[in-house]
Design a protein around this ligand. Structure first.
Ligand code: ADP
Length: 403
């Protein structure tokens, strides 16, 4: 008897990149091929990929002036891979899902709706729609699933969702949505898999600290609040995004510096945060390497840690205490020094780090006596997309949802 291999392709389109992963379905899902098209719209656009063992393969330089041509190149290239015939479905990360609370099969109706939602997320949605449509045109029979980054926060309590501006805007959908939901959903499944009781019953703070950074307060498995808001620019200071600002700044800069809406947008999304404060780099590793020698780097790092600590305190208050704190994403997973600075002085919240566990990026970095458990969990948004696709379509024995 021959077994037919089936697989799922995940697509995660960023501002200048498209990440892809091919998973063989089964229990567990196995990563067979992964890579990305990078520097789209810039010089030196290229496709790099790895086989399932993580061995880097050949790099292709390509000409892709926009996402459409990058998507076309990627689909052509994927079609030439051995594993492509086994692809049964494609899962896409869709950053903004408005009212959608679950991953959904892409239909013409959903696509029409996503087109209508473009003004809510002009940065991501147009590119994501282009990618979905590119696959749909080339492979109309291949089911596609949209996995929304906002879905995890769909059940936010009204008080966390409501923005303190005139009520008429609320009815137009101007509310806190929150993002990083695929990462948060994955981290909660990992918590359950690790047997942490707070995954289902308890008070959890998830800190996704990468280039984009946010925190989420989760009670009894449900998102209670999160630092990002109507857009991913809100909340904690990030690599190039400012995070929360005094709203008075926009009219002040318009008046005094004649900053246009577009320039303000560029400033708070691409020129602020760690890059803006340090004038050196948006990358935390660079700043840590330079903080002893350059006060601007030291201030940027200090600001990041201080703000993360404030969000932690705010969410511990909203939760009425803390059972588990999870650090994740590039900075959260890899930087003992940043984790230590964020947690310093938080003994009153029950947070006590074990220095050597923290230095080793161990699974649990709190002391045995610490009232709150502090964990480091490697997030995997791609795997979350693949699991979601399998669940929506009933494909293979994808990891069952752990309730
Ligand atoms: P993205 O949000 O683009 O997926 P990542 O989650 O990969 O980004 O996070 C990137 C950030 O993680 C960068 O600021 C990078 O410097 C930081 N980072 C990665 N490794 C380390 C490390 N060992 N120490 C400190 N920061 C790190």
């Amino acid at each position: 008897m021959t077994t037919v291999q089936t697989s799922v392709l995940t697509i995660n389109g960023g501002s200048s990149s498209i990440k892809f992963v091919l998973y063989q379905t089964g229990e567990p899902l196995e990563r067979r091929l992964y890579g990305k098209v990078d520097r789209i719209g810039l010089s030196g656009t290229n496709l790099t990929f790895h086989d399932g063992t993580g061995k880097p393969q050949k790099r292709h330089n390509i000409v892709a002036s926009d996402h459409k041509s990058a998507a076309k190149f990627l689909i052509d290239w994927l079609e030439g891979r051995d594993g492509f015939v086994s692809v049964r479905a494609v899962g896409h990360r869709v950053v903004h899902g408005m009212k959608h609370s679950q991953p959904e099969l892409v239909t013409q109706k959903l696509l029409d709706e996503l087109h209508r939602l473009r003004p809510y997320d002009p940065d991501h949605l147009p590119r994501e729609i282009e990618l979905i449509e590119a696959f749909r045109q080339r492979h109309p029979q291949l089911p596609q699933v949209a996995c929304f980054d906002t879905a995890f926060h769909r059940a936010l309590p009204r008080v966390a969702r409501l923005l303190p501006i005139p009520r008429r805007f609320d009815t137009k959908g101007i509310q806190r949505y929150g993002f990083h939901g695929l990462s948060y959903a994955y981290l909660m499944e990992e918590l359950a898999r690790l047997g942490d009781p707070a995954a289902t019953k308890g008070r959890v703070i998830l800190a996704h600290l990468g280039n984009g950074a946010s925190l989420a307060a989760v009670r009894n498995g449900k998102s209670l609040d999160t630092s990002m808001g109507f857009t991913p620019t809100a909340g904690l200071v990030m690599s190039t995004r400012s995070g929360d600002l005094d709203p008075g700044l926009a009219p002040y800069l318009a008046r005094t510096e004649q900053l246009t809406t577009k320039e303000f947008y560029e400033m708070v999304n691409h020129e602020s945060g760690l890059l803006g404060v340090s004038e050196i780099s948006p990358d935390m590793r660079d700043l840590l390497a330079q903080e002893a020698a350059d006060v601007r780097a030291a201030e940027a790092v200090a600001l990041f840690c201080y703000q993360a600590k404030k969000w932690l305190g705010a969410f511990a208050a909203a939760l009425g205490g803390l059972d588990t704190l999870v650090f994740s994403a590039g900075i959260g997973e890899n930087s003992p020094s940043i984790r230590a600075r964020i947690c310093e002085g938080l003994g009153f919240l029950g947070i006590e780090l074990n220095t050597s566990r923290n230095a080793a990026n161990a699974e649990v970095i709190s002391t045995d006596a610490s009232p709150a458990t502090v964990r480091v969990i490697r997030t995997d948004e791609e795997l979350m997309i693949a699991r979601s696709v399998c669940r929506v379509l009933g494909l293979g024995a994808a990891n069952k949802k752990i309730e």
